[in-house]
Design a protein. Sequence first.
Length: 218
Amino acid sequence: MIYRFPLRDVKDMLLNQIGNNFFKSIDDERLITKHMERTLERLERNISANENKYYWRLNAAGEREAYFDPLHTCHWMLFLYLTANTIFREEKDNPTAARIVCDKIYGQMKTVSGCDLYYEVELPETFTFDHPTGSFMGRATYGEGFSFTQGCTVGNINEVYPVIGRDVQMCTGSKVLGNSHIGDGCLIGEGAVVRDDDVPAGSVVYGKTPNLKIMPRN
C-alpha cells in the first residue's frame, strides 16, 4: 500500500488528536502501537477492494495500488474505526485500558466525520462509504461489500437489528430498521425507509414501509 505520509506521522497524528481532544495516557501509544500491524492489514484489504479513484495510485511499475491519505477525511475515518475495532477485538491483556483508548478514538472519529460508527459494531472486512456525515450504523449483521453515504441509518426496533446481505448500497437518507432482511445486491433508494420488512435479493427499493416500491435492479 502507498502511504502519503510515513507511518510514524500517522500514529503521531492520531495520538495528538485524542490527546488534545480528550486526555493523554501511557496506554494510548502502547495499545495503538501493539495493534497497528493488524489494523494496517485490515486497512489495506479494505482499500484494495475500493474502486473509488481516491483510494488508489499508480506505483513505480505503473500498476494500481491501494493508497492511504490521512488528510482525506474518509480515509481517516476508516483508519480510526479499524484501529478502535481491532483494539477492541484483540486486546486481551488489558481490556479496561483498551476500552478507554477505543472510546477516545471513537469520539475522535465522530468529531472528524460526523458519522456514528461504534467500535463494537462489526462491519465486514470490505465496506465503503462516501460523504458519511449524519449517518448511524448500528449493531446489524452486514454482508461484504456494504456501502452507505450521508444521512443513512441502520438501527434497531425493540433491540432487534436488520440482517443485510452482500453488496448492498444505501443511498442518501435511507433507513433500514428492526427485523428487516435485505437480500444480496440490493439498492436502498434515496429516502427509503425499510422497517420490519424484507427486500429480496437484486432489488431496488423506494418509499417507506408499509408502502415500499420494490423493483428488480437489473
